[in-house]
Write a protein that binds this ligand. Structure first.
Ligand code: HEM
Length: 424
């Protein structure tokens, strides 16, 4: 089964993160891109990034050969594109278009990789790291980034905490595969071992997530990092989206065709989604009806059906509990890094093109997470796992339609106060 994972470019050790460090430079034909990236911060400071990009010629993507080269090309082009669009100090008049020298190869590389031409979690987290000491193991204290927009250690830390989570989170993918195998062969003992592995991985994920605060300052994040990761959908600075020159041409009225995409977020992490799916945690949009009348099987009735059932249910519930802790910690991060910052800055980005919607955007984003009901409804599972519906009802209650009930459940009075101030 592990070799099946590799068929999908998933490593049994590092999961969705490539098991060897990403390529640091493309073959020499692509030097014009690489040289621009080398000089990215100087050009931006000099107000010459956009004009330098405009002078590039369109390079052919057919010399790209390996997957690692495609990953590197995607990172380079995404960085140049987002620097072009969101870069400070440059004139803002022509940001509604991305020149063909970036747009054309970016779309080709994205098509090859099966992703959209917009900066994403894969570019800045999965394909943007190196080992400081190559002969030492993968760990947060041996990681560095290849590229940051703001040239700040805070931005590197923001990516690397997530890179570390993806890297050791790979353990969970292998454990999920053994859990599937154990279920197929009816081997409860192996299922318990797999669930324990999943649980210990989520515990590590939560501990690492908490380390975000150590070296990524919320102020720097909000004002200097986050703006570069924005996309061009629901974006008031680019209401129509962005023209990818030389790619889409014009519509029947002769007007240029625009593209709209949302920007980068760890919400795109396949690891967290895989954990949700494996543990049967479902997400519901605001106001959606979910089945709140699940019959709770009495544990006594189900216990003893199979040897080890009690332990299995206990371990499974512990996994659910750790996922709940993950979302609680994550919400605290969102509060510190977005809500409070938006409130303090009254919607103005100090180091970036000012926009008026800062607070609205933050409100919408937080509202989106807070109203995303997390449900661990095991309708598909057989009776022995149905016992866990006790837990699922508890978790369902935390979604709610407003952030406050969630926080009340978390008993986080300080944050409740902050959020109440924010909404006033
Ligand atoms: C400074 C750090 C972080 C901030 C400010 C932040 C902020 C956000 C925001 C605003 C969203 C909702 C909007 C969207 O999906 O685009 C989101 C979603 C999400 N983020 Fe983060 N995030 C941070 C770090 C992380 C890390 C390290 C992870 C771990 C991999 C993570 C995992 C997720 C997931 C899985 C979602 C989707 C919602 C969910 O499944 O609960 N985030 N984040």
């Amino acid at each position: 089964m592990e070799s099946m994972l590799e068929d999908y470019d998933i490593s049994p050790v590092t999961g969705f993160l490539p098991s060897t460090p990403p390529l640091q430079r493309l073959p020499s034909y692509y030097e014009p891109w690489e040289v621009l990236l080398d000089n990215f911060h100087d050009l931006m400071l000099a107000g010459r990034l956009r004009s330098s990009i405009n002078k590039l010629s369109v390079l052919d993507t057919s010399p790209l050969q390996t997957l690692a080269e495609y990953h590197r090309a995607f990172l380079v082009l995404s960085s140049l594109a987002h620097g072009y669009v969101w870069g400070k100090f440059d004139e803002v008049s022509d940001v509604g278009r991305l020149p063909a020298c970036i747009a054309k190869p970016w779309v080709k590389v994205s098509d090859y990789l099966g992703i959209s031409p917009i900066v994403n979690h894969a570019a800045v987290v999965l394909w943007n790291w190196r080992l400081i000491f190559p002969d030492e193991p993968f760990s947060l204290n041996n990681l560095a980034t290849l590229f940051t927009f703001s040239n700040t250690p805070d931005e590197s830390w923001f990516y690397l905490v997530t890179t570390a989570i993806e890297g050791f989170g790979g353990r969970a993918i292998t454990a999920i595969m053994s859990a599937i195998r154990a279920i197929k062969t009816g081997n409860n003992q192996k299922l318990i071992i797999a669930l324990r592995d999943i649980n210990s991985t989520i515990i590590d994920i939560n501990a690492t997530l908490q380390r975000m605060h150590e070296k990524c300052d919320p102020y720097v994040f909000y004002h200097m990092i986050r703006p570069y990761l924005s996309g061009w959908e629901n974006e008031d600075r680019l209401p129509k989206g962005l023209i990818y020159e030389g790619v889409d041409g014009n519509d029947e009225n002769g007007d240029p065709i625009y593209r709209k995409y949302v920007g980068a977020s760890a919400g795109q992490s396949a690891l967290i989604q895989a954990l949700d799916i494996a543990l049967n945690i479902e997400h519901y949009p605001t106001g959606a009806n979910y089945d709140s009348n699940i019959t709770i099987s009495s544990p006594d009735e189900d216990m003893g059906m199979l040897q080890g059932t009690t332990e299995m249910v206990r371990t499974y519930n512990e996994c659910l509990n750790q996922m709940k802790i993950f979302r609680s910690k994550h919400l605290q991060i969102v509060s510190a890094y977005i809500i409070i910052q938006a409130h303090r800055s009254k919607g103005e980005f100090k180091y970036h093109t000012p926009i008026n919607k800062g607070i609205d955007i933050a409100k919408n984003e937080v509202f989106r997470i807070a109203t995303n009901n997390v449900n661990t409804n095991n309708k598909e599972a057989n009776t022995k796992v149905k016992i866990t519906t006790t837990k699922s009802i508890e978790i369902k209650g935390t979604g709610g339609t407003n952030l406050i009930p969630f926080l009340k459940q978390m008993r986080d009075e300080t944050m409740i106060q902050e959020i109440q101030n924010f909404y006033e």
